[in-house]
Design a protein around this ligand. Structure first.
Ligand code: NAP
Length: 269
């Protein structure tokens, strides 16, 4: 059986770890050609090797870039385009979450959270979109464009001590809605996926922070985070990846401008 998304070109930022790595695997298994983006070339290289072990005939290229640097982004996207043609699926996943009480959130931290999480999404989308528009139009509808932004439940509600991150992720949700309307008649959908606490390095860092600040054990700290989820557990990266895959799959064309919580029901409360 032909895989669902063969031979689309998917570019995933932050593909070397966590949610991005899980998304890369899910898209690879469905026949995508992949561009893996992130700052660390070594991390991306290791991820490409792990993916090749799972999907031996995978076509994959690396695009080291800092998403906060528009020049680096343009150059890396041009290289990816030269290798596999226009990007059909863009997953804006690169992100960082730094915590501080608001009065200790200095202008540098504030700016950094906006640069990486919000402006990064803007820069990569701007670099990818001209090619995606052309491909979506040239295919006569058979190869739609898909943009999936990995926002967060922090894009839908507030959390204390991460005001800069929360503001940036709310911005990602706003950008998703606006761009979805702008591209609605161009055979491209734009959606956001909003994970709750998910078992990745970001959560490990949060656990280390809680341990340092409260004296809780690592297990207690993990439970504190898991307790936000009505299912009393951390979300797994593969669960987030499945929702990204669904948004990219044929049949999802009418889902546009949505911000879908993957949080065990946290947003329902
Ligand atoms: P992660 O494993 O730390 O992944 C983040 C990825 O982003 C890394 O691979 C990192 O690679 C890349 N990255 C960071 N800054 C970058 C930059 N300036 N330019 C390019 N790449 C950059 O954590 P994760 O949980 O999978 O995070 C993925 C996304 O999910 C983030 O947007 C995060 O906000 C979101 N999210 C996570 C959770 C959670 O609980 N884990 C919940 C909601 C939303 P390099 O270091 O190589 O650049």
């Amino acid at each position: 059986m032909t895989p669902l998304l063969h031979p689309r070109h998917a570019l995933i930022t932050g593909a070397g770890s966590g949610i991005g790595a899980a998304v890369a695997l899910a898209l690879a298994q469905q026949g995508c050609r992949l561009t893996l983006a992130g700052r660390s070339h070594d991390k991306l290289q290791q991820q490409a090797e792990r993916l090749r072990a799972e999907v031996p005939d995978l076509a994959v290229t690396l695009a080291p870039m800092d998403v906060a640097d528009p020049h680096a982004v343009q150059a890396a996207v041009q290289q990816a385009h030269a290798r596999f043609g226009p990007v059909n699926i863009l997953v804006n996943n690169a992100g960082q979450a730094q915590s501080q009480p608001f009065l200790r959130t200095d202008a540098a931290l504030w700016q950094h959270m906006l640069d990486v999480n919000l402006s990064g999404t803007f820069h990569v989308t701007q670099a990818v979109l001209p090619g995606m528009l052309e491909a979506a139009s040239a295919s006569g509808g058979s190869i739609p464009g898909r943009i999936v932004n990995i926002a967060s439940t922090a894009g839908l509600m507030g959390y204390a001590y991460v005001s800069a991150y929360v503001a940036a992720k709310h911005g990602v949700v706003g950008l998703t809605r606006a761009l979805a309307l702008e591209l609605a008649r161009k055979n491209i959908t734009v959606n956001a996926v909003c994970p709750g606490y998910t078992e990745t390095e970001i959560v490990q860092e949060a656990v280390r922070n809680i341990v340092a600040k409260t004296g809780q054990s690592p297990d207690q700290a993990r439970q504190t985070l898991a307790a936000r989820n009505p299912q009393q557990r951390l979300v797994q990266p593969a669960e987030v990846a499945q929702s990204v895959l669904w948004l990219c799959a044929p049949g999802s064309d009418a889902i546009n401008g949505q911000s879908i919580a993957i949080d065990g029901g946290e947003q329902a409360g």
